[in-house]
Write a protein that binds this ligand. Structure first.
Ligand code: REX
Length: 416
């Protein structure tokens, strides 16, 4: 369980509360597209992790342009660390699986956990219109649940911001945005889907989620992440330092791949990440993300009722679903895993845990805007959770990766 440090009892209290109370939101509040029935009977991860296949996958990331790649598996108390290549091209320092990095959208899971704890505390209703907390902010049909499941239809302002990769990045690298400014970029465009109808990935949803956290708690997301997640779980490598551009402690640098073939990588390590904030500005390590996801899937961060809400799946494609700030991926061996992916300039992250949280993996490549590297990283999940039975984990050929190029990073924009 979470260590009961003074003043940090909120999450623990939520869990205890859940043992005493019935769920606040019944199954009738589920979205139109619940989890496919087959998902309930999928196998648990029992095969031992295939560390050789894990290393092969990281080497494939290097072969396709990443300066470095690393992964850490935490398997019921045993840690396995694998790293290939360099953290810093200037000094040649080897990358280590203990290096910190920018986690991108894995931050969305942090944001969702804060909001689900607020539901547990009776301060937030998932099915209430966002406007009932922030009057007049957005289309009145959009609920909190729509935001957290990417079904609001709010346009993703990063589509335009990063249409040209390096110029887009340099234009915002040192900028400090308010949430309101980011939201206004989105509101200049019409909704992309009718609220509630279907999955339409948008960073804007988690900007509004950050606004909700501020409004309901009266404090910034940095404080809420720290008091509800970082301190209780002793995530010593994890921070939210917006708008500082720094990454404290030993960290891997991040290298952004330009759109122009053959152009040199751009060191994109230091930026405000203000364009992302509560949608993507957390800094962490492989160990801490594994601890976080294990705690989440082990039921130690929210009540059982809210963890179940996080796992009401909206279909993404035939092998993926999106819950509330949580992704589900169905692997080739019949195991489903839960976590998030992240893309922030110079860093690709995959962080997933099995049901119950006993086994988790975080894999990172220190480049981005490289679809081949992105498509290699799912093999680290196969290696971790399917073991030697995993498909596509033993060859270095990126063509073996599933046909899911770029997943849903601003899908309307060509990304290489
Ligand atoms: C912005 C573009 C990517 C990055 C983005 N990142 O929306 C969020 C995130 C925070 O992590 N999303 C992932 C840039 C997909 C998730 O939710 O799983 N690309 C890059 C471009 C393309 O600039 N022109 O690749 O670094």
């Amino acid at each position: 369980m979470i260590s009961g440090k003074a003043g940090r009892g909120t999450a623990l209290g939520a869990v205890l509360l859940s043992l005493l109370t019935v769920p606040v939101h019944s199954a009738t509040a589920a979205p139109a597209s619940p989890e496919p029935s087959a998902a309930g009977s999928r196998a648990a991860a029992t095969a031992a992790p295939d560390l050789e296949a894990l290393r092969t996958a990281l080497k494939a990331a290097l072969a396709n342009g990443a300066p470095g790649a690393m992964a850490r598996i935490d398997d019921n108390g045993t840690a396995h660390k694998v790293a290939e290549g360099v953290a810093d091209r200037a000094t040649g320092r080897a990358i280590s699986a203990s290096d910190r990095f920018r986690v991108g959208s894995v931050s969305k899971t942090f944001t969702a956990v804060v909001l689900l704890q607020l539901v547990d505390e009776g301060k937030l209703n998932l099915d209430a219109p966002v406007n009932s907390y922030l009057p007049g902010l957005i289309d009145q049909r959009i609920t909190v649940r729509h935001l957290l499941s990417h079904r609001s239809g709010l346009y993703d302002y990063t589509n335009d911001m990063f249409a040209r990769t390096v110029p887009g990045f340099e234009a915002v690298r040192n900028r400090v945005f308010s949430y309101r400014e980011l939201l206004d970029l989105s509101l200049a465009k019409p909704l992309t889907v009718t609220p509630g109808t279907s999955y339409a990935y948008s960073n804007t949803n988690f900007v509004v989620a950050g606004m909700l956290i501020e409004k309901i708690t009266g404090r910034g997301v940095a404080t809420e992440y720290r008091e509800r997640i970082i301190d209780p779980l002793d995530l010593d490598d994890t921070s939210y330092v917006h708008p500082s551009t720094a990454i404290s402690g030993r960290h891997t640098k991040g290298y952004l791949t330009p759109d122009e073939a053959g152009a040199p990588l751009v060191d994109s390590s230091y930026q405000t990440a203000s364009w992302a904030q509560s949608a993507g500005a957390v800094i962490s390590s492989t160990r801490d993300l594994n601890t976080f996801l294990s705690a989440l899937m082990g039921g130690r961060l929210t009540s059982a009722a809210q963890l179940a809400q996080m796992q009401q799946w909206t279909p993404v494609n035939s092998t993926q679903g999106y819950g509330l700030g949580l992704r589900r991926r169905d692997l080739s061996c019949g195991v489903s895993v839960y976590g998030h992916t992240g893309t922030v300039q110079g860093y690709y992250t995959f962080a997933f845990a099995a049901k119950g949280g006993g086994r988790a993996v975080t894999s990172v490549a220190n480049t981005s805007n490289n679809g081949t590297v992105l498509n290699v990283l799912p093999r680290t999940l196969e290696a971790t959770f399917c073991g030697a039975a995993g498909s596509g984990t033993r060859t270095a050929a990126p063509a073996a990766a599933p046909a899911e190029r770029f997943e849903d990073i601003a899908p309307s924009i060509p990304r290489d």
